[in-house]
Write a new protein. Structure first.
Ligand SMILES: [Zn+2]
Length: 332
């Protein structure tokens, strides 16, 4: 699903929520009116005062934009009388307040002060639906949860430690996610053996980009292979559209998928080529070395990762941290 489709679904639910709450309010009103003698008349009078007050104030404002009305005062008096009557009959004084699930946006999903923006309640729900749609539920793999102390701080022969290198790579990923789509380079290639935090960072990029209001596609190379195979078997290139068109494609574990004659290589080339031509962003992680990429996918593909203006290469070094992993930390 696209972000827009998820948003449309959410907006429909908000409309439903408003309707449900309105119905609940009507129920409250019927109950209260049955119980409190004189309440219905008061409510009718208050409503009439609102309508009249709005009309008068519009007319006054036409004549004199600075004119103020005494509508708020009148309303306050009505509200106090209504509250007193409710209490006298054993109901809460706010029993007839409008019912909103979210007070901030009154279940509109948007706040209009000073300009239209999505309410926190809707933004949070939309993000979690986008993440669920991407298969990234929960919030385990985030930049905030990235624990660099899991990586060795030992230096050998004056070379930077695994921790230092990983931190640099993490910072590049953070910068990429925070600046998307105006990233320093269009693509990233995370390269290194398994268990060095690459998948973690890929998912953290996806999360951050989702939080910022974009809709990336996160997928394993194996799933890409499955789609590729189906597109080939069914002679239907539309199957690849999701990967082709994603504004940001995060492709995890390149090299672990099976190779199917020339199909995988050709399709991967087409995918990368089309995305590049369209200026779309791609982030890939792989356990293969650079030479292995060239051997497996041909120079035609590996050379794309060499273009330093288009692609930053992040090389991960050291030992698999899963050996000394604590529960819930940077596993891959
Ligand atoms: Zn809200």
């Amino acid at each position: 699903m696209t972000r827009e489709q998820l948003l449309t679904g959410l907006q429909q639910e908000y409309a439903q929520k408003r309707e449900d709450n309105m119905r609940l309010y009507e129920q409250h009103k019927d109950e209260a009116c049955a119980r409190c003698v004189g309440l219905e008349d008061l409510l009718v009078a208050r409503h009439a005062a609102i309508v009249m007050g709005v009309r008068t104030s519009l007319l006054q404002k036409q004549k004199n934009p600075k004119a103020s009305t005494n509508l708020p005062n009148a309303m306050q008096q009505y509200n106090q009388r209504i509250a007193a009557l409710l209490e006298k009959n054993g109901l809460d004084s706010d029993y007839l307040q409008p019912i909103y699930t979210c007070q901030a946006c009154k279940d509109e999903g948007y706040i209009y002060d000073p300009s239209r923006r999505m309410c926190e309640c809707m933004a949070t729900e939309l993000n979690s639906r986008v993440l669920r749609d991407l298969g990234l539920d929960g919030d385990k793999h985030t930049f905030e949860a990235f624990d660099e102390t899991l990586f060795s701080d030992e230096k050998t022969d004056g070379a930077p430690s695994q921790r230092a290198v990983t931190k640099i790579n993490r910072d590049i990923c953070i910068r990429y996610a925070d600046s998307f789509p105006q990233t320093p380079t269009r693509d990233l290639l995370l390269i290194g053996k398994s268990g060095l935090g690459k998948t973690f960072l890929l998912q953290a990029i996806a999360r951050r980009v989702v939080q910022r209001g974009y809709m990336p596609v996160y997928t394993s190379a194996y799933r890409m292979f499955e789609l590729t195979r189906r597109a080939y078997m069914e002679n239907n290139s539309a199957i690849m559209q999701e990967l082709m068109n994603a504004e940001l494609l995060l492709l995890d574990d390149l090299g672990t998928e099976p190779l199917m004659n020339n199909v995988t290589v050709t399709q991967l080339f087409n995918l990368l080529n089309e995305r590049q031509l369209a200026g779309r962003h791609t982030v890939i992680s792989t356990n293969l070395s650079f030479n292995e990429i060239a051997a497996r996918y041909t120079e035609r593909i590996s050379s794309r990762f060499l273009d330093q203006t288009g692609c930053s290469r992040l090389v991960f070094i050291g030992d698999d941290i899963r050996k000394n992993l604590r529960r819930g930390a940077n596993e891959e």
